[in-house]
Design a protein around this ligand. Structure first.
Ligand code: NAP
Length: 526
């Protein structure tokens, strides 16, 4: 095969100067030299021809007809890939610069040998080395000609910005006689080893050769992954950028939560630490690491929870005003609606922290001193029993409501996990997220109200004229609860239900003709 490809090179005069010297004859009409052809014949057979993992977990002998796959590199990714491939019924040959040193790290059924030998027979070769070492593989160009090279590499953020050409395109430019497929880069070595059930199942695949893409897709499927066609090799840059993204859907909600935390922390710091220091010369800076944080956490959790339900209210109001559901929401509202899950989970996270911090409050040395000082004061004042009935009740009720609210938030968080959410039907999911979510908001509001009690009306709780923090946090949830009450009024709820079933105010769908800005809205009775 290699020598055949070698012979054909002579007829092709255009060899890219940076390439490893092979002509792009794969793009010619000779069907038998197409890299996918030989492999596709093999791939027509079932990939897992028989069970390879025995009941005791050990690997059984690989059948002779098992498709042969090569791997260049013997690092973490190569090892995990070899394990998964062997377990999926493939015959694996690993090419290393130093096979003696690395052979022991691979499954016994994988053959570890020198690079030249490893690439001689398989039609599909995984390149599990970093981009900067691609050029060191140029000596293999003869053997690799006409084969499928799978580029699994991920650039670092710096490399991604530095190179305009994706790693896969660079590999293709070095080996013009090969077909390069970008695949498996979004799967970590750990996910490969643990098996697709424990990791991300999707394998994004792109290549300029549909046949090669099909071959790799079949391999991915045989390994238990779900292939996703991303188009031509030009998409490789986009595919390579995916693992560089850090929790993209969490960015805005996290920044929002942090922003709220900073604002509330500063507010509480001014009220609880700075004001006593300036007005009464009392040193309360010790409160900063725990007490002030604990006053801040429920504020953030509560406001975030309201922000989960506010966009729904705004969307309902907009639909009522427009009299239709067929008009797009503004982008900001659309994004907000899409981020509700993340905001809700962050609310749960802050509420959990609040519960943990609250458990720690009595453990503080300062709390113990306060208790002793109070006891001494009581003795000096000759009071035998300190018991304020109203305070006792207030605390019992607000703690109980707080625990209930946290329990409800935990339920919401658990049901938002994909494995649980998938087991619920649409009605059940909507009941938990919408109805029980609103109950959680009500319970949190009652928890806050009983915590605050009459303090909002007592002058001594206005430090530097700043109202107690809980009064600020109550504003948004109260507006939402009021709005929810309004939407439950029969006149509004009936209209909203009709709109959500497709009814429109004018009985018509309004749209703008493309490019026609002068005539404004046209009406179509679609
Ligand atoms: P690694 O552990 O550092 O392994 C790289 C391997 O490249 C080495 O073991 C070495 O094997 C081989 N190699 C070939 N030519 C080389 C040269 N000239 N200089 C140095 N090494 C050379 O890296 P890795 O984590 O397996 O990653 C390998 C590729 O997989 C990278 O492109 C990476 O982006 C991609 N990837 C990795 C993961 C992951 O979770 N690790 C996930 C997705 C993608 P020999 O010494 O035996 O030749």
């Amino acid at each position: 095969m290699a020598s055949e490809a070698h012979r054909q090179q002579g007829s092709c005069p255009t060899i890219p100067s940076e390439s490893c010297g092979k002509s792009p004859e794969k793009k010619g009409s000779a069907a038998d030299s197409r890299p996918g052809t030989a492999m596709s014949g093999e791939m027509d057979k079932p990939l897992i021809s028989r069970r390879l993992v025995d009941s005791d977990g050990s690997l059984a002998e690989v059948p002779k007809e098992a498709p042969k796959v090569g791997i260049l590199g013997s690092g973490d990714f190569a090892r995990s890939l070899a394990t998964r491939l062997v377990g999926s019924g493939f015959s694996v040959v690993v090419g290393s610069r130093n096979p003696k040193r690395t052979a022991g790290l691979f499954p016994s059924l994988a053959q570890v040998t020198f690079q030249e030998e490893a690439v001689s027979s398989p039609e599909v070769i995984f390149v599990a080395v970093f981009r900067e070492h691609y050029s060191s593989l140029c000596s293999l160009a003869d053997q690799l000609a006409g084969k499928i090279l799978v580029d699994v590499s991920n650039p670092t953020e710096k490399e991604h910005l530095q190179h305009r050409q994706s790693n896969a395109e660079y590999l293709a430019s070095l080996f013009p006689a090969c077909t390069v497929v970008k695949a498996f880069n979004v799967i970590s070595a750990w996910a490969l080893q643990a098996g697709p059930r424990d990791g991300n199942r999707q394998v994004l695949i792109c290549s300029d050769q549909p046949e090669a893409k099909r071959t790799i897709s079949e391999m991915a499927r045989a390994m238990g992954f779900t292939p996703l066609d991303m188009g031509s090799l030009a998409s490789a840059r986009e595919v390579e950028a995916i693992p560089l993204r850090l929790l993209p859907s969490w960015k805005v909600p996290t920044l929002l939560a942090l922003g709220l935390f900073v604002c509330f922390y500063t507010y509480n710091f001014i009220r609880d630490v700075l004001q006593p220091y300036i007005r009464k010369d009392e040193n309360k800076f010790y409160k900063m690491p725990l007490s002030v944080v604990n006053t801040t956490l429920p504020c953030v959790a509560y406001v975030l929870l309201s922000l989960v339900y506010l966009p729904g209210m705004l969307a309902a109001a907009l639909q009522l005003r427009r009299g239709t559901k067929y008009q797009r929401f503004p982008d900001w509202l659309d994004h907000w609606l899409q981020h509700r899950k993340q905001i809700g989970l962050l609310s749960f996270f802050f509420a959990m922290l609040h519960a943990l911090y609250s458990f720690c409050l009595p453990l503080r040395r300062s709390h113990r001193y306060d208790l002793v000082n109070l006891a001494v004061k009581q003795v000096l004042a000759n009071k035998s029993r300190l018991w304020v009935e109203e305070e006792v009740w207030r605390m019992e009720i607000y703690l109980s409501l707080g625990v209930l609210a946290l329990g409800m938030l935990s339920l919401l968080a658990v049901t938002s996990l994909p494995s649980i959410a998938n087991s619920l039907n649409w009605k059940e999911f909507s009941f938990v997220q919408s109805t029980l979510g609103f109950v959680a908001l009500m319970l949190s509001t009652m928890h806050t109200l009983t915590y605050g009690w009459t303090r909002a009306f007592e002058e001594n709780h206005y430090k530097f004229y700043l109202p107690p923090t809980f009064t600020l946090t109550l504003l948004l949830p109260c507006v939402i609860i009021l709005a929810k009450g309004l939407f439950l009024l029969p006149c509004l709820s009936r209209r909203l239900t009709k709109i959500r079933r497709g009814w429109e105010k004018d009985g018509a769908v309004k749209f703008m003709l493309p490019g026609d800005h002068t005539q404004g809205e046209k009406t179509s009775h679609v």
